[in-house]
Design a protein around this ligand. Structure first.
Ligand SMILES: NC(=O)c1ccc[n+]([C@@H]2O[C@H](COP(=O)([O-])OP(=O)(O)OC[C@H]3O[C@@H](n4cnc5c(N)ncnc54)[C@H](OP(=O)(O)O)[C@@H]3O)[C@@H](O)[C@H]2O)c1
Length: 314
């Protein structure tokens, strides 16, 4: 397994298991299987609704806690400073853990405390720098208390991360963003390299299992691109292995979701693949700035969120 070194000198396994849309009744088995074959990094979130079953799998594993890397995410309805600690403690309880390795602000989007999924713009609260710094301050307190070892962001632009760097006392350790050959995040990678932040890529395989309302008509597919097929043939491996190997060859972390034992194994094999310069150049040419998860579900009529202020043009 390849490891990436964080600004604290801790090491994070570059390949992790994604758990979004991993169904109840399946996710626990998938986590157990993943741990038994060598995964050491599990990416969770309160909003995925499956942390309790993941906690059962974490409890029954023989892998020592110090060898595991567990990430969870603060949901958008708990960003008020008075709600942050309780949200983290609840994730810890569900996951049966004493501490998290990493806790991320899930989105730079705030929703009302009692609402899980906004139905209208009245459930949304405009995002402000002031509120983001209050959330960050509460997360810093959780680090000081030992509830979490690292904190970071998810779906934040470099502009928004810079605000935390300028005003916080603890540096974000990880920026989790959508990343794959159609969205190569070069600006984010450079910014994070300059600031000692690790980039983790989600939706590395194109996130085909997203809810139907999030899938756009005619969206491109990563798993049948002729260039990726040709590279996979050259390495005598699968397309998924190439996509994940590409991410790790760029020294980023990657968290593919699978609940299928065969695909869990295929994805793990990517940790041993290093693509050569020629193949990296071919894949470089596929960047299209294309987001599968474009955040448009936050942009319902009357919402203060727009593509422009969510992504800051990045
Ligand atoms: N921070 C955020 O806002 C955010 C957003 C999205 C995702 N995430 C995290 O990132 C993780 C990964 O992203 P994602 O789940 O959206 O999408 P993904 O990992 O790109 O794609 C998952 C889909 O690919 C299939 N798959 C897995 N391995 C495969 C293989 N070797 N060959 C072919 N198909 C394969 C899975 O099906 P099977 O299970 O049947 O194998 C599933 O349908 C999530 O699970 C979550 O932990 C974070």
């Amino acid at each position: 397994m390849k490891y990436l070194t964080l600004h604290t000198d801790s090491k994070m396994p570059a390949l992790g298991l994604g758990t979004w849309q991993a169904a109840k009744g399946e996710v626990g088995q998938a986590v157990s299987k993943a741990l038994s074959i060598g995964y050491r990094h599990i990416d969770c979130a309160h909003v995925y609704g499956n942390e309790t079953e993941i906690g059962e799998a974490l409890t029954s594993t023989r892998v020592p806690r110090q060898e595991l890397w567990v990430t969870s995410k603060l949901w958008n309805n708990s960003q008020r400073p008075q709600d942050v600690r309780a949200a983290l403690v609840n994730s810890l309880k569900r996951l049966c853990l004493d501490y998290l390795d990493l806790y991320l602000i899930h989105w730079p989007v705030q929703i009302s405390h009692m609402v899980m999924s906004p139905q209208s713009a009245t459930d949304l609260i405009p995002w402000t720098t002031e509120h983001a710094l209050e959330t960050w301050g509460a997360l810093e307190e959780c680090v000081k208390e030992g509830l979490v070892r690292h904190i970071g962001t998810s779906n934040f632009s470099t502009k928004k991360i810079q605000i935390l760097l300028d005003n916080g006392t603890i540096r974000p350790a990880v920026s989790q963003v959508e990343m794959h050959p159609y969205l190569q995040q070069n600006r984010m990678r450079k910014f994070c390299a300059d600031n000692g932040i690790i980039v983790t890529g989600f939706a590395p395989l194109g996130s085909k299992h997203r809810p139907a309302h999030q899938i756009k008509e005619g969206e491109p597919s990563l798993l049948d691109h002729p260039d990726i097929i040709a590279i996979a043939e050259k390495y005598e491996t699968t397309l998924a292995t190439i996509l994940l190997g590409w991410a790790m060859t760029r020294n980023t972390s990657v968290i593919p979701k699978s609940t299928n034992p065969m695909r869990l194994q295929q994805n793990l094999a990517a940790a041993d693949i290093v693509l050569d310069e020629k193949d990296m150049t071919v894949i470089k040419g596929l960047d299209a700035g294309y987001r599968f998860l474009d955040g448009s579900h936050w942009m319902m009529e009357g919402s203060s969120y727009t593509s422009k202020n969510l992504w800051d043009g990045e």
